[in-house]
Design a protein around this ligand. Structure first.
Ligand code: NCD
Length: 360
């Protein structure tokens, strides 16, 4: 991560053993008093939680429409401080979390790189995170290493000052809060046609290295009769761990490289970009895979209600001309990230009943 000083790479006793445990065995470790404390994996969310969180997000969105409502929201958590530790590039996740904090009145500190922190002196990222915990009440992290958020939560939960960790993206592994906003967007898009249950969802692009499609796939276990269409070049097919998860939960899935044949069939198309940054040789990856792009001409073959999504940033995957079509949901989707993240923070600090009380 930095070339000048070698990082301290002390091993944490017991970490490897914990990391390799089955997910179900780890779940309780990220809870506090029976409630979710750290948000590390998408598998932590069940259907009641998803429905509840979407409801909180709706209430926050409504309250935020007025000055008085915004003032109420700002008075919920002015006594709390959050740290945004984002050492991997981010625009939306960073800004939506930061603004979610502002909405609820939290103060925010940030570190967006390791070059100005003591990591330059050889401090490990885990020790750096532990230091943040000395000053703040919530840590939101984005890191290039798979399992990083999990490890820091595991370290902190064994100290006398654990603070919640929210995973804002851990390498090519998981992006659970992106999955929350994706579900919120899907549920809102299908509000008048029975919600997400029973829908056909296509995920397109680099499914192998894209953490968003991985986390979103996990969440599908919470919805009835959803089927997935994985559309990718052969080299970027969804990995076996997710495929095995779908099999275990009887979620039907189809894999193909023929995007156009799937377009008319599905209720949502989730586009993703090629994740070159995880390549051993990024300059060797110059192909843009045009067969996996959504073009203006495709608008006439998709269903009238089909929702077009993208976690963004976009490169070539969706033609700009598509943006004007009402089915293009990606700009709404990124704003939904702020509402659902505010809902999550309200939930973590147990203030959602004060939000509901505004409507009773
Ligand atoms: C995604 C990410 O970082 O994984 N972006 C985001 O958080 N909205 C998708 C991507 O970078 O392709």
């Amino acid at each position: 991560m930095n070339g000048s000083v070698e990082q301290t790479r002390q091993t944490y006793q017991g970490w490897d053993e914990f990391y390799n445990k089955d997910f179900d065995e780890k779940l309780d470790f990220f809870k506090f008093n029976g409630r979710m404390f750290d948000v590390i994996f998408a598998q932590q969310f069940d259907r009641p939680f998803m429905d509840y969180l979407c409801k909180i997000a709706d209430m926050i969105r409504l309250l935020a429409q007025t000055k008085m409502g915004q003032e109420k929201l700002r008075h919920l958590l002015p006594h709390k401080r959050a740290m945004l530790y984002f050492v991997q590039p981010s625009t939306r996740t960073f800004l939506s979390f930061q603004n979610a904090c502002y909405i609820l009145g939290l103060s925010v500190s940030e570190s967006r790189g390791t070059s100005t922190s003591s990591e330059v002196k050889g401090e490990s990222s885990e020790d750096t995170i532990r230091t943040f915990a000395s000053y703040v009440d919530l840590i939101i992290s984005r890191h290039p290493e798979a399992g990083f958020a999990e490890k820091t939560a595991w370290v902190l939960n064994q100290t006398d000052r654990p603070v919640p960790i929210l995973n804002g993206g851990s390498g090519p592994d998981q992006h659970p809060t992106q999955a929350l906003l994706d579900i919120y967007t899907l549920e809102r898009s299908f509000e008048h046609i029975g919600g997400l249950d029973g829908k056909k969802i296509a995920m397109v692009g680099d499914l192998k290295r894209g953490r968003t499609v991985r986390s979103l796939s996990y969440l599908m276990k919470n919805y009835k009769d959803v089927s997935l269409y994985y559309i990718s070049p052969d080299i970027f097919k969804m990995k076996d761990d997710i495929i095995n998860f779908l099999k275990k939960h009887d979620i039907p899935y189809f894999e193909t490289d023929d995007f156009e044949s799937v377009m008319p069939l599905v209720d949502a198309i989730y586009m993703t970009r090629i994740q070159k940054e995880y390549s051993d040789d990024p300059s060797g990856e110059s192909d843009t895979y045009p067969e996996f792009h959504f073009k203006k001409e495709h608008l006439s073959i998709i269903q009238p209600h089909c929702t077009i999504m993208h976690p963004l940033p976009r490169r070539y995957e969706i033609e700009v001309e598509v943006d004007k079509d009402p089915r293009a949901a990606y700009w709404r989707q990124e704003r939904n990230g702020m509402w659902i993240r505010a809902a999550l923070i309200a939930y973590i600090f147990r203030v959602e009943s004060e939000i509901f009380a505004e409507f009773s």
